[in-house]
Design a protein around this ligand. Sequence first.
Ligand code: G3H
Length: 478
Amino acid sequence: MPTDQTVKTLIHGEWNVSSSHKTVDIYSPHKNELIGQVPSLSQEELDASIKSTVEAQVAWESKSIQDRGDILKKWADILEERKEDIGHAIMNEVAKKKGSAVSEVTRTADYIRYTVEEAFRLDGDVKRGDGFKGGSPQKIGMVEKAPLGTILAIGPFNYPVNLSASKIAPALMQGNSVIFKPATQGAISGIKMVEALIDAGLPKELITIATGRGSVIGDFLVQHPSVDMITFTGGTGTGRHISELSSMIPVVLELGGKDPAIVLEDADLDKTAKEIVQGAYSYSGQRCTAIKRVLVKDEIADELAGKIQAQVDDLSVGMPEDNATITPLINQKSADDVQNLIDDAKEKGATVVTGDKREDNLLYPTLLDHVTADMNVAWEEPFGPVLPIIRVSDQEEAIRLANESEYGLQASVFSKDTERAISIANRLEVGSVQLNAKTERGPDHFPFLGVKASGLGVQGIQESLLSVVRDKVTIINM
Ligand code: G3H
């Protein structure tokens, strides 16, 4: 039943609860208390709302790109004005430290502004008709970028505002309408973000916010005949499922990772340790791009492990309100999964350098050394603060282990020999390689992609704008 804690969702052009009065409870991961509820929509309610969202797209597409851009720029301004309030919601809902929760909102405002500017620059093309044998100069092909129609944007819990807006903004800017399915944990923050968009002047029908139980509405949305494209960030299992269910429509998937940091004997170990610790442990390791294994040459492994340990021991552990780097994980199950990886490694002979302490879903930052290929933590993605060190005899072994992973999101190579680092980067089966720096998505206008089980398609601002349009060719016959 809705209560005064129920946050209304946007359906059928209205802020409303479900007509069934069903709700989904949202608990704070760190306070362990109910912080709100969102409507649990039925398939029938969603179907009706999607119909109005599809209809609204026609008028939106016919607006000038300048007019659409004006609304989105205002959205960015409002988000920035509300950064404390929305940041507070993110912090409460996903236990992200306060500073990062607020900067997620400002990063989002910057992302939206860049999206608007970039969309202005994406023009179509003109083709000459006599460029192919038998063609004619009397034929001219006008190639425009047309919106796909209605985009299903499915966001993750770890960036409930940023990774949702980075799907919604390009879709709207290019003249599409949007069905937004927030992660359940993150839905309150996502709704607040859309409230800002409506306050900026977006017609309400243009977005349906599909809150509810994934088991009820997930497959229904993915298979809905009015959905023209799906953009998803989340786990690889769900990504595969979406890719199997969706039929004859484009999908962009940003999935899991097992990003290696390859450390060669000539690396600057102080800098390397600093980058690795930031890369592995920020937001308690709950980032697809976190460094999730270190592959280090044997001869420098002891020294590197010592330097990493010193920094890990300095990490603040506690509550997001206190700006701690390591905060409780999103739920108990997630903490159990990470703990199982630690326990399995210990049983098989890994050394706990530091950490391996737990208070409910708060896991202390853990560094494991002497991890070997028979341990699950060598291959599985922990969405938590544990980092395995795998010692290798030479760079060939490092490259082989890096590529043996099912994942292929990003990798780091640490070496003072740039030529050597580039030659290794060229052999790594990943979307991006960072030389002498931690893995990360930003700057946000760079192409961002994973290969193998890490994803499909490309994000990044220009690429995201191109992912929600198709070519429309009109041929003038003179
Ligand atoms: O969790 C997946 C995100 O795309 C990671 O983004 O590298 O900025 O933390 P980030």
